[in-house]
Design a protein around this ligand. Structure first.
Ligand code: UDP
Ligand code: MG
Length: 339
């Protein structure tokens, strides 16, 4: 009797552990959403197909999910996410207490997803990132890469404006000494381990694509064709794009500050030379001349000073917001906890 009981227990134990083993590679796809009611149905359809096929091919665990992050949307996005979750357990969601911006929403999603998943992929809600690149990403992950960056192979489908500004942005970032993967946005695979390390980066001014290369580990890239936004309009107008670029530079590089110093030194040397020149003129008795020159210099130097102060102010602003250590996001609801 006892032996039977013991065998029975062993069987249960084996089943549990066996299940755990099979449960490897729980994939969570994290998608920040801000006013995305127009695209959510289609995105859901596409991802459902993808995940179902990956599960049936046994590439990922059946407990894998898509996690939508509602970033304080003003439209029906959150109620839509809840509806999708109620219909299909493959989809889940969290909702932030208010709009915190793409990067913070993404971070919130990554941090929640890492509690449930072994591997997390982040992508945009608008289907611009090709879902078929997920297979390749998982393959590279299986080969031992902790981070796989999705890199767009071309920008043929972008508008001319977006293409030139984006490309200029990457070049400028490089010049400023920020290490980022060229033409990579936030479509990437990360392992649970990497997300644990990401948590130790406490900065409030988030620029995730600058942080991941800093985390390190073995990484690789996957190329994909980026398509047009499926519906709705871009949540990144020029103003936001410029802010984002400025954040990227001032959060990662002190080069602009160094540049000001160099500029100051050069101007100082020039002004000494000028002083000597003016003294010589004075001694030679060639009185007042060059009014234009003086006025121009005043304008030029004041402009330069204002610019330099502005750049320094930008950094001081960063220090100000970092020292307050305010939370980067507040989660109001988590559908995973209701399940
Ligand atoms: N997004 C967000 N919060 C915001 C702005 C955007 O969560 O405050 C999300 C948006 O829903 C989308 C992603 O960030 O999933 C990228 O935005 P978008 O597609 O508008 O940017 P673009 O592709 O035009 O650069
Ligand atoms: Mg987009």
């Amino acid at each position: 009797m006892l032996i039977v009981l013991l065998l029975f227990k062993l069987l249960i134990w084996y089943n549990l552990v066996g299940d755990k083993m099979k449960e490897k590679n729980i994939l969570y796809v994290v998608i920040p959403c801000y006013n995305e009611e127009e695209v959510l149905q289609e995105t859901t359809k596409k991802l459902k197909e993808k995940l179902k096929s990956l599960i049936s091919e046994k590439k990922i665990s059946k407990n894998s999910k898509v996690m939508y992050v509602n970033d304080g949307s003003r439209d029906a996005t959150w109620s839509l996410i809840k509806k999708i979750n109620a219909e299909e357990k493959l989809f889940t969601g969290i909702s932030l207490s208010r709009n915190r911006g793409h990067q913070n929403a993404l971070l919130a999603g990554l941090m929640v997803a890492r509690e449930y998943a072994d591997v997390v992929i982040s992508m945009d809600a608008d289907l611009q990132d090709d879902v078929d690149a997920i297979d390749e990403m998982l393959k590279k992950y299986a080969e031992g890469n902790a981070i796989v960056y999705g890199v767009r192979s071309s920008r043929k489908k972008d508008t001319f404006f977006k293409k030139t500004t984006a490309q200029g942005f990457y070049k400028f970032m490089h010049l400023m000494g920020v290490e980022i993967v060229f033409n990579h946005a936030d479509y990437r695979l990360t392992s649970k381990r990497v997300l644990k390390d990401l948590e130790t980066f406490k900065e409030v001014n988030l620029f995730l694509r600058g942080i991941f290369p800093l985390i390190g580990y073995k990484s690789d890239v996957v190329y994909y064709e980026r398509s047009k936004r499926f519906a709705g309009e871009s949540k990144y107008p020029l103003r936001k794009m410029l802010n984002f670029a400025l954040d990227g530079i001032t959060s990662f590089s002190v080069k602009p500050l160094r540049l000001i110093l160099n500029l100051g030194v050069i101007i100082f040397i020039i002004s000494i030379l000028m002083l000597i020149y003016f003294l010589v003129i004075k001694i030679e008795g060639k009185a007042v001349q060059g009014w234009t020159f003086i006025v121009c210099s005043i304008w030029f130097i004041s402009g330069l000073q204002m610019l330099s102060l502005g750049i320094i102010g930008e950094y001081i602003g960063k220090i100000y917001s970092e020292t307050k250590e305010r939370p980067r996001y507040i989660i109001a609801e988590n559908l995973e906890e209701n399940d």
